[in-house]
Design a protein. Sequence first.
Length: 112
Amino acid sequence: MRFLTQPCSSNKSTNVRSFALAITLAGALLLSTPSPGRTEIVSDAPPPPPRVEHEPPHRDGYAWAPGYWEWTGSFFHWVSGTWISERRGHWAADHWDQVGKQWHYVPGHWER
């Protein structure tokens, strides 16, 4: 008795189509995923006055970033100042701006 076997092309074809569909969907998800944007931090309560920190002596290649009040969602927490790698321009320290009755956090950044 002789069995005639035919290649299992339908199985391979199904696998190839499934793989192609998976790749297409993954690509679509990657392309349509929004990039992480900056989240605005707002508080109804004003931050406490800044703490007095004495800036350490200058270090070549670094700039001093003074401490600031960080909002945790429930209360303000003090973040101590630190040295950061120097870049062109000057460091604008982290601070809070009052807008109406709310306070908006402005992260520290380099300005030219």
